[in-house]
Design a binder for this molecule. Sequence first.
Ligand code: TMP
Length: 212
Amino acid sequence: MSGRFITFEGGEGCGKTTQIALLVEYLKAKGIEVVVTKEPGGTPIGQELRKMLCTGDKDKFDAVAEALLYYADRRIHMQQKVLPALKSGAWVVSDRFADSTMAYQYYGYNKRLSKEMLDKLYEMTVGDFYPDLTIILDIDPKIGLARSFARNNLSDAKETRHESRETEFHENLRRGFLEIAKTAERYAVLNADMSVDDLHERVVALVEKRFF
Ligand code: TMP
């Protein structure tokens, strides 16, 4: 496998999507073939799962059911998009990956399901394979949620299922991402409370340091 796999993670409204677009532009300008994708919803079936997972009543299913659905999306995403792209030599940049399940479904819900269950699901569906770099954009949930609500008000999709959870959930998952970041070399945490351009500069510096 010759491509690189970069994932972006963070709470609601942390600015991942904007930073991914800028990084992709930067990589393409260097002549690198890049596939941009996301979880949930990186494939046509994933789009259906995304609708199920991100809209409607926040209590329509519990953390275990959620984790299984996010992992179903991930399995399809890996098989149909991520692995074929990496094999062809392209770089893949994904808006969220498995660390989101650990942060949201484990830490967010205050550890209501077992970490071992999530590790097992990872092993079953992804196997011994990890992103080359995971950039966690860290932001105070109050700032992130305000951005996210403003964006949702302008969109027809109304993907507010997780946004509508209590502040504690968002604070838990923020702490979760920071805990996760300590567990492997591949993680880098960036403070996302700065201008788009300043943050992009830091993202590029990280990517340069790791890969060029
Ligand atoms: P997005 O709005 O950043 O595209 O992410 C979609 C929503 O899904 C967001 O609220 C985070 C949530 N999510 C999880 O709860 N668990 C997961 O495993 C993933 C990938 C996303």
